[in-house]
Design a protein around this ligand. Structure first.
Ligand SMILES: Nc1ncnc2c1ncn2[C@@H]1O[C@H](COP(=O)(O)OP(=O)(O)OP(=O)(O)O)[C@@H](O)[C@H]1O
Ligand SMILES: [Mg+2]
Length: 277
């Protein structure tokens, strides 16, 4: 019996790519202490695509920073692939709202940067990153500089740079918010199909409810002051198995949008003091 129980625990650990166990975080600076997160519990399975949504200041970016190892929680524990997180590792890729491409480097030199820093640049890795550039439609722009590219192309280059180090986990902090609507929809499809094909685990932070429904397997709603979990929603089939653009047409999409929208409205009312709940 004991062996079975141990095996079950080990399987559970393997399946959870990310575990956030009862995490509380407080930012401290010379002006005071700012509670950002309280008692957060999350478990994200390998290969799962999860979105974090919630009003500004509810701690979404803080959660990503804790998973990436850029921050350490004041209380509680974060694990990635079963190991406690103590510092940033190449296992976790972090893609931000701004692309942070270096203007003086070509696109190819920008996307190779991580490999150079990790001392992993060799014939094979260069070949595979060039292949990724092709897949992202940037093959012809290898020698261009970032200024010569559109916003959507720059975000695709940033994605290639993040994927170059072959992280198992991708953290995406509002990667589409600076893009026009059409580019954003195209990039959503490209990101979901690429990450699913490569079996990556992803956590997306977004303000956009329909983007969260269209892209994710599961949505986690956070409430602010301090950040806590409010709700967790599994995105139903056939929405989750469709690519984001097509997912928006599926039965159940609008109902799910409305119920998440209502949660946001209730949070707003509570913030304004019109609700005693
Ligand atoms: N360096 C910091 N010092 C003090 N407080 C901070 C710091 N960074 C974040 N906070 C506070 O912690 C809380 C959570 O911030 P966080 O940036 O994680 O929220 P968010 O959900 O990502 O917000 P947004 O949607 O605006 O990006 C906010 O109240 C914020 O003001
Ligand atoms: Mg944020």
């Amino acid at each position: 019996m004991k062996t079975t129980a141990n095996a079950a625990t080990e399987t559970a650990a393997r399946e959870a790519a990310i575990e956030v166990n009862d995490v509380t975080h407080v930012y401290v600076n010379t002006k005071g202490a700012y509670p950002a997160l309280a008692g957060i519990d999350l478990r994200i399975k390998t290969g799962e695509f999860v979105s974090l949504i919630g009003p500004s200041g509810c701690g979404k970016t803080t959660i990503l920073s804790l998973i990436s190892g850029l921050l350490s929680p004041v209380q509680g524990e974060v694990r990635v692939m079963g190991e406690p997180v103590t510092k940033p590792t190449p296992q976790v890729g972090y893609m931000l709202q701004q692309d942070y491409l270096f203007p003086w480097r070509t696109i190819e030199d920008n996307v190779m940067l991580g490999l150079e820093l990790l001392d992993r640049k060799n014939d094979e890795s260069v070949r595979s990153v060039r292949q990724l550039l092709e897949e992202m439609g940037l093959g012809a722009f290898r020698h261009a500089t970032p200024q010569q590219l559109s916003g959507g192309m720059r975000q695709r280059a940033a994605l290639v740079r993040t994927l170059a180090a072959e992280p198992g986990i991708l953290l995406l902090d509002e990667p589409f918010s600076a893009l026009d609507y059409q580019t954003k929809l195209q990039l959503e499809d490209l990101i979901v199909s690429t990450l699913k094909a490569k079996g990556k685990t992803a956590v997306l932070v977004t303000h956009d409810i329909s983007e969260a429904i269209a892209m994710s397997d599961r949505i986690i709603v956070l409430q602010p002051r301090p950040g806590r979990l409010l709700a967790e929603v599994e995105v139903p089939e056939p929405i989750r198995s469709a690519l984001p653009l097509e997912a928006r047409e599926k039965a159940g999409f609008h109902e799910l949008f409305r119920s998440l929208w209502q949660m946001f409205e209730q949070m707003e009312r509570k913030e304004e003091g019109h609700d005693d709940a």
